[in-house]
Design a protein around this ligand. Structure first.
Ligand SMILES: [Mn+2]
Length: 268
């Protein structure tokens, strides 16, 4: 499994990211500490210097297993379930742009987290689901070679697809081979009655994994049983990345160092 951490590309903002400052310094820091890979958090790939990013990734020998897309929701309000058709179209276009960016950086998965949207007040759930399914199918069919990875997100951040079973059901319904699932220990700790059983249920769908402890600090700083989770991931032959998506606490540098030390303790 690849030792990975979320790194924000220039211009993106999101509190659950450990490294927000200078992108180049961030890549150098994580490479020096012994990480194998970085998950890039990207608001709008059209604003990025893609060849410059590729050069740095090569220089520091870091791969990109996945691209995070949540800033477009947090900062621009784009989502698949927005009530205005124009905004839904922009959200779909943004994910298509992220899929093009994925191809440019070697085929990273494109994560569908908060950009999925939510069921807005006084809107029937059926309508939100219909908008979501329409949007995700259009993205999946845009380039079947790029994997879209859907993330169950806890109830305090969205009311659409909070648990692993609810996401499994919708993935089956969408029925596209390039749609997979991302599991996140922080969300699972809130939503899953038994994290291990849920991972086993999702074993054929899991393409990416986020690690954060119960307090969203670096793994090892809270009360989630990570050794048991690693054991289960090995049992299901998961060979992808373990990507830390954590708060920059007690400081950005410290959170990145605590994470890699804990990864090594886990035998990654
Ligand atoms: Mn996550």
């Amino acid at each position: 499994m690849l030792k990975c951490i979320v790194v924000s590309t220039p211009g993106a903002k999101f509190s659950a990211l450990a490294l927000k400052d200078d992108f180049k310094d961030s890549l150098k820091k994580v490479a020096d500490l012994g990480y194998d890979a970085v998950e890039l958090a990207v608001r709008n790939p059209k604003l990025l210097d893609i060849s410059g990013i590729k050069e740095l990734l090569q220089k520091y020998n870091l791969t990109v297993p996945a691209i995070g897309t949540g800033q477009a929701y947090g900062e621009e309000g784009l989502s698949f379930t927005h009530l205005e058709e124009e905004v839904r179209k922009q959200a779909v276009q943004r994910i298509k742009d992220q899929m093009d960016f994925s191809v440019a950086v070697g085929g990273a998965q494109v994560i569908i987290g908060l950009i999925r949207g939510t069921v807005y007040p006084d809107v029937e759930r059926e309508r939100a689901e219909r908008y979501f399914i329409q949007s995700i199918k259009e993205c999946a069919d845009y380039n079947p070679k790029v994997t879209l990875t859907l993330e169950p997100v806890n109830r305090y951040e969205t009311n659409l697809y909070n648990s692993i079973p609810s996401m499994l059901a919708i993935i089956d319904q969408i029925d596209r081979p390039n749609i997979k699932m991302l599991i996140d220990t922080f969300h699972m700790n809130i939503e899953e009655p038994n994290m291990i059983e849920s991972i086993l249920k999702a074993k054929d769908y899991i393409a990416h994994v986020h690690f954060a402890d119960s307090n969203r600090w670096a793994p090892g700083c809270g009360h989630i049983n990570f050794p048991e989770i690693i054991k289960t991931l090995q049992q299901i032959n998961y060979g992808g990345a373990i990507s830390a998506e954590i708060l920059p606490e007690p400081s950005p540098e410290e959170s990145v160092r605590l994470t890699i030390e804990y990864y090594k303790k886990l035998g990654l």
